[in-house]
Design a protein around this ligand. Structure first.
Ligand code: SF4
Length: 735
């Protein structure tokens, strides 16, 4: 079965299946994608002769267990999912938790859907073995069929058995969709109609339409696993119905309508279920519903971006909008008060004429030519590109990230956005204030929020009244040619010769800056006079910034490498070695990580960042020849079997580096991540499970973090590493 890497242990499961008389029991937790694919999964496994066991509706025990097991800023639905998995531990032989990378062409799912089986395996070790096929529609039908065959192979079924099971499964899925779209059944009702055993008596009466004569209709939007988990949302449907509100929801709508409406707000979809949130929101914003209520989970990455767009649009057209944020601390009283107040407000204003027209502020506002281009700083980008931009006659504005930048970003950003989003937004405001007429942002297509940033940044900046052109380096701008084309778009289509020259100088400077950074991290740890390394390093950065040619650059690069060699050091010292891993922006940008590496250096620690967090690694010619992909594959072997797939961002690298650096004798790891970062929150939960016994200090970055707080933690961490080294008979770091 070519190219298929299965992470679940086939031979053991097959042997077990063979040994058993009665049917294999497959457990399916009632959370997350259950509301999208349960009928399909049920039909498939039932046809293969398995007995399917579903966890009961959410209980407080499940919530508290999930919250006690899953670390930190992971969203409530994932915590509760772990509670559901735990509730099945003695009731089934295997848990079925697919890693759902992508269920719609070119669209990726939230990183937590991708890393879910690994997160459950790490946080609920009592669980039975997990069957976790990687579902990725972009890998084509053949791959999906092979995945199904392999599942059938587990059950000792023939290829034709599997084909019939697949046929049944696809039929069940199609009929499930029709029940919702044609007959207006809500997801649980459509499931209960076929599988009443999973819903008991009153499981879904709450979902019935409001009593006749109801005078108000409200659209409820959000992920199904929040809308239909009556324990988490305190029976929201029932509460609204009981105060005479009729409710409409997305899954009963025609998907085409959802997609069309979505394109009214975003140029193109990014996440798998964006149409059920942004699409539904856009549709109902234009419709006659009296108001919209969105239900989101605290810490939900995609919703922090998508709901922001909807709320801004609702404000523009004067549509009443309420956003309910759920987490394990939410209270029933608080929720009820908010919806009753909202319904009262809608009732009071129901008959007031609303301004329906939405003015698209993009039209005709953009200047053709670019005079000043603004880009958000990250590490030493400014020093690398400012003079290079002069070669293509562009005035590049790259404000240094400061307290003011962050305060601007925090003021205008959605509260639940991650810190890099806020820092970049603040930087864009400063760019525009400093005269930029065009902004530039890199986007991505790997599931984390970063790929969605620019949509929301643009909406916020236009709402603030700024007039500018917004240019993006898009995922489809692949390879070196794609990059050069992007540079041309950002430089009034400068000549190819000038573009290539600027690219070569800019990337050569990036390499020189990264090499200087690597060297400084070593010297700083053993310097005799504290701060000397940073003086030389800063002088080197300025000299590299001012270099107008490759020749000049080579000269200053060698000069400052030599200068660092001349820094007086403690030659007898054996500094502690600490790996810095985590999300790229917060690892690279010293202002948002509170100068972490310099502070560790002052404590006599030699730091080393993960290779793929150095920007020059992404711009080197080698990177276009697959070197970075090979590096990721190399690292993936270290992360296996704890994290078995790429969850976007640097999540996989963080787990892999913990294992690799421990094996290479490092003393400790500092895991840096933005608060609520999705890929890193998965890594944070998986890292404690690896066998390597190396201390990991997790530093979560948000606008509340303080230098003093960080320094206290770093000093305690270094003390711990020192003690461990001494206890293991190692030499003291500083003689
Ligand atoms: S982060 Fe959001 S989209 Fe992802 S699993 Fe949590 S609630 Fe769902």
């Amino acid at each position: 079965m070519r190219g298929l890497t299965f992470t679940f242990d086939i031979p053991t499961i097959r042997a077990e299946v063979l040994r058993r008389e009665e049917a294999v029991r497959i457990g399916i937790p009632r959370g997350l994608l259950f509301y999208h694919y349960f009928p399909m999964w049920m039909a498939f496994f039932e046809e293969l002769g398995a007995e399917v066991v579903v966890s009961p509706p959410t209980t407080e025990e499940m919530v508290s267990l999930g919250c006690s097991r899953v670390i930190g800023d992971v969203c409530l639905p994932v915590k509760v999912f772990c509670g559901h998995a735990f509730s099945l531990k003695d009731r089934c032989d295997y848990l079925f938790i697919p890693a759902a990378h992508s269920t719609r062409r070119e669209l990726y799912n939230c990183p937590k859907f991708i890393g879910l089986p690994d997160l459950v395996r790490a946080t609920v070790p009592e669980c039975p073995p997990i069957i976790d096929p990687d579902l990725d529609i972009n890998k084509g039908r053949q791959y999906l069929y092979e995945t199904a065959y392999k599942l059938g192979f587990l059950m000792e079924r023939t290829t034709s058995d599997v084909e019939s099971a697949l046929g049944k499964a696809l039929d069940a899925h199609r009929l499930y969709g029709l029940r919702m779209q044609r007959r207006g059944l809500r997801s649980p009702q459509a499931i209960a109609e076929v599988f009443p055993q999973f819903y008991g008596e009153n499981g879904y009466h709450d979902l019935e339409p409001a009593a006749s004569g109801s005078t108000m209709t409200v659209a409820l939007i959000g992920h199904r696993y929040l809308l239909y988990d009556q324990h988490l949302n305190y029976r929201l449907f029932h509460r609204l119905r009981s105060i005479g509100v009729n409710i409409v929801t997305a899954e009963t709508m025609d998907r085409g309508k959802l997609t069309d409406s979505m394109l009214d707000i975003v140029e193109g979809p990014y996440w798998g279920y964006e149409d059920e949130v942004v699409g539904a929101g856009a549709y109902y914003l234009r419709s006659d519903v009296d108001g919209i209520i969105s239900v989101v989970a605290f810490g939900c990455g995609p919703d922090s971006m998508m709901i922001e767009l909807l709320q801004r649009r609702a404000k523009h057209i004067g549509k009443p909008y309420l956003n309910l944020v759920l987490d394990e601390h939410s209270s029933e009283g608080g929720l009820v008060t908010r919806i009753e107040a909202f319904v009262d407000m809608v009732r009071r204003t129901q008959h007031r004429q609303r301004k329906k027209v939405y003015i698209n502020r993009r039209d005709g506002q953009e200047k053709e030519s670019i005079d000043a281009l603004g880009i958000p700083n990250m590490g030493e980008i400014s020093a690398a590109f400012k003079t290079a931009a002069k070669l293509v006659d562009i005035d590049l504005i790259v404000p240094t990230i400061t307290k003011h930048t962050i305060s601007l970003g925090v003021r205008y950003s959605p509260e639940q956005a991650c810190l890099p989003f806020k820092a970049i937004l603040g930087a864009f405001v400063e760019c525009l204030e400093q005269g930029a007429d065009t902004l530039f942002m890199v986007t991505s297509s790997n599931a984390c929020r970063m790929g969605y940033y620019s949509k929301v940044h643009e909406e916020i900046l236009r709402d603030l009244g700024y007039k500018f052109k917004f240019l993006r380096h898009r995922p489809e701008d692949k390879g070196l040619l794609g990059v050069l084309r992007t540079i041309r778009r950002c430089t009034n289509h400068a000549s190819w010769r000038k573009v290539v020259e600027a690219y070569i100088l800019g990337t050569a400077k990036l390499k020189a800056l990264d090499d200087l950074h690597r060297k400084a991290a070593k010297v700083r740890a053993v310097e005799l006079q504290r701060g000397q390394t940073d003086q030389v390093y800063q002088a080197g950065v300025e000299a590299i910034d001012e270099a107008l040619s490759l020749l000049k650059l080579k000269r200053v690069e060698h000069q400052y490498q030599r200068e660092l060699n001349r820094v007086a050091i403690d030659t007898a010292a054996v500094p502690l070695k600490v790996g810095i891993v985590g999300e790229m922006y917060v690892v690279v940008e010293p202002y948002v990580n509170l100068n972490l590496e310099v502070e560790l250096g002052k404590l006599g620690v030699e730091t080393q960042r993960n290779k793929t967090t150095y920007i020059s690694e992404w711009t080197s010619l080698k990177s276009y020849m697959g070197v970075l992909t090979a590096e990721k594959q190399r690292l993936a072997k270290y992360a296996y079997p704890h994290l078995r797939r790429d969850v976007g961002g640097h999540g996989l690298e963080s787990v892999a580096e913990k294992v690799r650096l421990a094996r290479e004798g490092y003393d400790g790891i500092v895991h840096v991540a933005p608060f609520t970062c999705m890929p890193e929150s998965i890594a944070q939960n998986v890292m404690p499970r690896t066998e390597e016994n190396i201390p990991v200090l997790t530093v979560l970055c948000d606008e509340q973090a303080t230098q003093t707080g960080l320094l206290t933690r770093l000093e305690a961490f270094v003390d711990l590493l020192e003690r461990r080294r001494r206890d293991n008979g190692g030499v003291a770091a500083m003689q």
